[in-house]
Design a protein around this ligand. Structure first.
Ligand code: UDP
Ligand code: MG
Length: 337
């Protein structure tokens, strides 16, 4: 009986979240095959279909594994990019895990340099930073700037120009997986981890097809979720505003009482109504900020799963390459659909 050849454990895992990227799937696989053939490491590609409705899953199912193993996970609905990244990282087995977008806006050729920095120079996290932000509207650029400035001020984590295109050493992956919060903020969480970091600059190319799935509402939610998950400064601001108002109120009380004692008390509807409105708005804003934290606590306490998997595909590597072990058959070694 012929023994089934043992496939070596992948050293490199590439995780790609995909949401309505049908047109990109074949292009992505082609580009990654080219890159992986130049890196002398056994690799696996993990595609996470984040509830696409455009036939992305069917497109993935048609793909063959070639010089890398292909694993695909289909989520039961759209859970958002952060959830999809989490699924991919949890299933990755490699000693290094590269996370990248599926729309080819993260140039696959950079992986070669990322691997070099990890393998030869011992960096445990290789980030990529955007040299310029590609084709984004002025408003989007402004919001992104304001967001990173606030995150930096509030939490001390500097994320300026950072992207989700990263290489993580197994150590960093294990550390990331110990972070149990249900609202992931991949970029921020990897910055928070520490480890030996380096960054490669890159220019964001145009999307090959389709359009970005971000909406203004989606970005606003991401902004608030991430500020809340990364910092409690907004709560302290509420207290600070309260303290300022108390000081102001004390000053005003002293002035009003002294005027009253002298029989010169200020009369007037305008000042009273203005004070009412200002204080009322501040109280409501404060409650809103507290409400955001309560909502986050509520989400965490519910402890729902971060995602639900509906289907999986595993296709083992098909072809022997110069780095495969000798026991690997030169042709097909298994194709589990
Ligand atoms: N993505 C995802 N789930 C979503 C939204 C996006 O998995 O709900 C994936 C998308 O398929 C792509 C990556 O996340 O691979 C980046 O998305 P997009 O290009 O829309 O964002 P941008 O490049 O504009 O930041
Ligand atoms: Mg994109």
């Amino acid at each position: 009986m012929q023994s089934v050849p043992q496939i070596d454990k992948p050293t490199l895992s590439i995780v790609v979240p995909l949401f309505n990227e049908r047109q990109h799937v074949p292009l992505l696989l082609e580009a990654l095959s080219e890159v992986i053939s130049t890196i002398e490491l056994p690799a696996e590609l993990i595609l996470v279909d984040d509830g696409s409705t455009d036939g992305t899953w069917e497109s993935i199912s048609r793909q063959d594994a070639q010089i890398f193993s292909l694993r695909a996970v289909r989520l039961s609905r759209n859970f958002g990019k952060e959830g999809a990244i989490r699924v991919g990282i949890e299933s990755a087995e490699g000693d290094a895990v590269v996370i990248m977008d599926g729309d080819l806006q993260h140039p696959p050729q950079l992986i070669v340099e990322m691997i070099r920095l990890w393998r030869d120079e011992g960096f445990e996290i290789v980030d990529t930073v955007k040299k310029e932000r590609g084709e984004e509207s002025l408003f989007y650029k402004f919001c992104a700037k304001a967001f990173y400035w606030l995150i930096n001020k509030f939490s001390g984590v500097n994320l300026k120009s950072s992207s989700d295109f990263k290489l993580l050493d197994r150590k960093a992956v294990e550390a990331l997986l110990t972070m149990r919060e249900s609202t992931m903020f991949f970029r921020g969480m990897t910055a928070w981890l520490g480890f030996k970091h380096t960054a490669i600059p890159f220019s964001v190319p145009k999307r090959v097809a389709g359009k970005s799935s971000w909406t203004f509402r989606g970005l606003a939610k991401l902004f608030l979720d991430n500020i809340v998950s990364f910092s409690s400064v907004p709560l302290q601001i509420v207290s600070a505003v309260g303290a300022l108002f108390l000081l102001f109120a004390l000053g005003l009380a002293v002035q009003t009482l002294s005027l009253y004692a002298r029989g010169e008390a200020v009369t007037g509807f305008t000042s009273v109504i203005l004070l009412q409105l200002i204080i009322g708005s501040c109280v409501l804003l404060g409650l809103g900020v507290i409400g955001m934290y309560v909502a986050t606590i509520y989400e965490e306490v519910k402890g729902r799963p971060r995602y639900i998997v509906s289907e999986k595909i595993t296709r083992e590597r098909l072809f022997k390459t110069k780095y495969s072990d000798d026991s690997l058959d030169s042709q097909q070694v298994g194709n589990i659909g």
